[in-house]
Structure formats: C-alpha cells, structure tokens
Design a protein around this ligand. Sequence first.
Ligand code: ADP
Length: 507
Amino acid sequence: MQEQLSLLNRISDELNSDLYPEPMLRRVLNLTVAHLGATTGSIMLFDQQNRVSSYILQREDLTSESADKIVGTVLTEGFAGWVLNHGAGDVISDTYEDSRWVVYANQPYDVRSVIATPLRRRQRVIGVLTVVHDEPNRFELADLQLLNAIAGQAAIALENAQLFKQTEQERVKLSAIINSTQDAVLVTTPENEILLLNPAAQEILGLNGESTQGNLLSEITDNDNLLKLLSPNSPAAGEVSLPDGRTMWGTVTELADMGRVTVLRDISAFKALDKMKRDFITAFTHDLRTPLATVKGYIELVRMDGTVTTRQEEDLEGITRAANQMKALIENLLELSRLEQLEELKKEPVNLEEVIQSSMGTVAPLATSKNINVILSDIKNDVVIEGNSVLLSRAMGNLLDNAIKYSSFGGQVCVKLEQNNGQAMVSVSDNGLGIRAKDLPRVFEKFYRASAELDEVPGTGLGLSIVKTIVEQHGGQIWVESEVGSGSVFTVALPALENGHDLAVTN
Ligand code: ADP
C-alpha cells in the first residue's frame, strides 16, 4: 500500500513536471512497468474519430513499421480494441487461453499475462494503457485498480498538456501577426504602463529593442499627440504626428480588465495626396477669380457702350447669372478648403441666440423677396457654447438660406433653440418642397444637389458640406428629417457650456 502511494506520488510529480505529452507519458510508463515488475508496456492515444494519434512503447526495439501493424491488429481484433469498446480495463491471466490477445508474427518478446485500462476524459476513451509480462498469472485485480488510478491522473495531465499546447500555438500565431504587421501596436494598462510594443511601435518611438515593459508611456515618449490620445476621456481616434514628418492615424480600443490597445497606421501618403488636392483646388479657384471679374467688367462695358435691345439685355442678364453662379461656386470651394485646412478653431464663449439673430439679418432680404415669414419659437436664453461666432453664423445662415430657397412663395421658416443633457440643439424647419428619402443621406455630400427639378434654384451643392464641416469642427452633429411636400427640419447638436460656467472654470 505504502509502495503504491509513493508510486502514485512519483507519477503525479512526473505528470506535473512536463507540459509535453510524449516524454511525460513515457516516464509514467517506465515507472509503472518497473513497479509492476512487468516486461514492457505501451500507451495508445486516440483522436476524436478513435483513430490512433500516437503510440508510445516502453521498449524501443520495435521498428515503426511493425509497431503500425501491431496497432492496426490490436485495435480491430485485440485487447486494446476490447478496452476501447467496453470503456473498461481488464486482466488477461494467460494469453494462451484468452482470444482477446492477438499474437502477431515476429513478436520480439513473449506475452503471457496482460493488464490494460482506458484513459478517459469526460466519458470518452482517449487512450489505452497496457502492461505485459512474459509469464502467465503475473497480474491481479489490485494491479488493475492501481493502473486505473495512474490512467486517471495521466488523462487529466494529458488534457492540460493539450490545452497548454493549443494556447501556446495561439500565442505564437498571435505574436507572429502582431510582430509582423506594419501597423504600430501598443498595449497599455489604464495607468498607461506599457504591456506590449510591437517592432513597428518600437521604431515609431525611436526605441532600439530595449525593454520597456512596465515603464510609463510618458517615460519613453514626449509625443504630445500620442500622450493626448491615450489620456483619460480623450476621443478614441486621432492623428499623431511624428518628429520625422510622418502622420499616423491612431485608434484606441478599451479592453475590459486589461487596459487599452492602440493601433497606429501610417497615413502620410493620404495626407500628402489630400494636401495636393486642396492646394490644387485653392490655386485653381483663385486663378478663376480674375477672368470672372473680367467677364463681369465686360458686361458693364457693353451696357455703357450704348443702348442695348431688350433681347440683348436678357442675354446680358443670363451671362451675369452664370458669372454670379460661378463666383458663388468659387467662393464656396475656397471657403470649404480653408475650413478643412483649419488646424484648430479660435474659440470663445458664443451665445447661440445672438448667432441666430445675426444670421436672420443676413437672409432677411431673400425672405422678404419671397414673402416668407421667419419666426423664432421656443428660443431658450443663455445657451452658450465654446466656438467661433463667425463660422457658426455662416452655418446658421446657410441653413436659413436653404430653408427659404427651397420653400414656395409665402412659406414659413421656424428656428428653435433648446438645451438638453448638455447639448445645445438648434433646428431650422420649413414647410417647403422637402427632400426625397433616397436623397436624404446624400445632401451633406460635396456638390450633391437633390433634384433636377430644382435646377432653377441657384446653388452649388456645397452649402450643407460647409455647415457639416463647421458643426463637426465644434464637436457637434447635424441631421435632417424631411418629407416631400411637407418640408424639412435640419437639427444641429453642439456641446453646450453650462451658462458659460465650464469655460469660466477652465479659464
Ligand atoms: P445648394 O447650394 O444646392 O443649396 P446645399 O449643400 O446647401 O447645396 O444643399 C444640398 C441639396 O440639399 C440642395 O441642392 C437641395 O436639393 C437639398 N436641400 C437643402 N436644404 C433643403 C431644404 N431646406 N429643403 C429642401 N431641400 C433642401
């Protein structure tokens, strides 16, 4: 009994000392065979389809060819197959009298008594442990119990080893992906301690392979953009400029119970392309201004040259309209490209009611010309946001201009100003033509004009793009609801200051 306990202890040590199945099982087999004074033993392991996945023999004097042959035979006709099918172990006292034992040709040693038991995990037989002796009657039922205990422990250790192998394989795969990706990957704790930097991240941070694990991000870089991106409550994405001129786009993902994963992708090529495009538009539209002014000058000259016929006057008015339309297009394009190039807005506390009043003044002549009543309703006083009043008036003016432009003579336009949950909400509604559902998602796109029937309404398709850009630069959102024939409601939500208090505190 004492001996059996000490054997089980040794086996348990062996099973825990190695996470690789084969050497671990081989040592267990050696100990078991030695303890039982047996001739030799084997362990056969099965896959999910009960095919033999590996075969460990204590004696290594069998060629792999004859081992394969043995495996095939014993599983179909032999004792191992019996154990697998019955899911239980047994003792063969004398192989000469038991048909379950198959004697194969050229067997290098004689087998007279056998003991075998299954290795089981969750009701499934995953292997068979067999011990043999060259004399009959060498094993008893007590030995079977011992073998059962060994097989139980081995099965658990085997499963652990397989889980470890799977985890290890996944880890190796994942680390190969992370290490080979061109994107920089930084994993940090919520306190911004470094957990992992892949080679691309090390390159970006100018590190030469030195270990940074456990260091604070602020100890290894002074890049303001990056530190800001990883500061609490910062937006989850943003640009990061590097000292060598490259621009990266960083996205931060929060991981529960771990920290954050930041991925930085090089967008320098896109930035360069975008700049080229904007420079081109600016230069091109700028150069168009002069010939356009000349066209308008010549129109006046024609009029000054002498009386023009009614027909000629209509033609001149047509040319003037086209030139004005072109001028509006140029001005809008220039404005949009200026807005898009703005790095940071000059902001101050802005009272939105004042913004609304000033833009209403700008559109008043147009409203009067179409006999449209612009009314203010539900205007909350003292709604203050941090922003740029000139740009906000421009955005408001564009929304009012559209509401009037796309309404019939005698229509009504209504402006509301509310504050809900820290958001300033401005809405401009009209009872005009409305927008078809299929056009709704596209009206904020550059150059998109919703319908061909509106061609007689002058426009460039850039007004709402300008409004959207301004709203987004103020950290806000804009959306539209509309029905053809009933009218449209454009709503802008902007982060509000609590009656200017927030700003007073930060200032
Ligand atoms: P545009 O210079 O054509 O007015 P915008 O960008 O301001 O350009 O608007 C894009 C399109 O959205 C317009 O051409 C029009 O079809 C539609 N739209 C904008 N505002 C309204 C409105 N209040 N009512 C109906 N349609 C509108």
